[in-house]
Design a protein around this ligand. Sequence first.
Ligand code: ADP
Ligand code: MG
Length: 384
Amino acid sequence: MHDPAALRSLHQKRFQAEPELFFAPGRVNLIGEHTDYAEGFVMPAAIEFATLAGISPRSDGKVVLYSENFGTEHSFDAAALPAQATKHWTDYPLGVLAVLAGKGHRIPALSLSLWGDVPLGSGLSSSAAVEVATALAVTSLLGVEYARPVLARLCQRAENEFVGASSGIMDQFISANGAEDHALLLDCRDLSFKLAPIPHGVALVIANTMVKHSVAGGEYTTRRAEVEAACAVIARHRPEVRFLRDATVSDLAQWGAEMSPNALKRARHVITENLRTVAAADALMRHDMKELGRLMAEAHHSYSQDFEGSCVEADAMVALAQDLPGLIGARLTGGGFGGCTINLVEREHAAEFAEALGARYSSEIGIVPQVHICHASGGANRIS
Ligand code: ADP
Ligand code: MG
């Protein structure tokens, strides 16, 4: 995480005002991919990469936003904030302001400065970190406090309704609710959750394939349609099934023939992934790392073969990790078609693991990957 003192002094110099400081972390999903919109389970952890937000009131009726990452400052009339996105970084904080305004809050004149070290657009959720840090900062200035799950929902709405990205609740939820040294099993149906301890001797090694295939957007839409089509087939026979969360593998055995081959495979991924995610949390609770690793391997296979959400580079990154000393489990994490893999690695082997994996991937794929050794970190908070 960037040095809060550096953001404080940057904010002071730029705005001649003393800021209140907040931070919100990025995240990595350990298991549970494409289960969120099926009202199923996910199990992410917050990581030490975070976005810092500094906020101070103004007396000129303006909302002024500055990002040190982008190096640009933008000024708006607090009484007439933009109602629409412009495909600019300011969409994320403005989205949060729009959602808060929609809840009846009068947005005061303010200066907001942002500075994050979550790699942008790598699937580690820099966007949720910006939203949650902004929401904490602005609600603090307003003198109101929302329960964390509610705050996460507000931020998700900012991303869905204002920015226009159809993300689930996972990113904002874990950024707002993460706990040091724990993964969080989240039930996306009712937002109930349970923390599962990650042993001290285990590192989260995040390997960025450095590719994001441009099919991602279109394929995401197709996958969602296939998942919904499969669910509709099951619902014809069992009307109580509203989402694949409610379906079972025996439903697929009985009615799979009425689905397109692709819909059947996508549904099999989602249904089995839900089971694996719950089982993975149980394994963590029991400190059964071998079982967790096995579930992660199975999850990757399912993601790659049934969901067809992987790519050559991500499959290579997972395959190249398999015989490295210290590996517990490896899989592609995030929305798919590139991005990062998550590797659970015995901490004593983490440094050599990261180096060897990077070298293997470079020589096999011809791209130098970024490999980060992380640990599960706490959720968003005020910095005193
Ligand atoms: P991810 O969430 O995986 O990092 P997204 O595409 O969802 O990728 O979000 C990345 C976008 O979030 C950036 O392009 C930028 O608009 C915004 N963003 C992230 N971090 C910052 C920051 N520190 N300052 C300003 N905008 C940011
Ligand atoms: Mg994002």
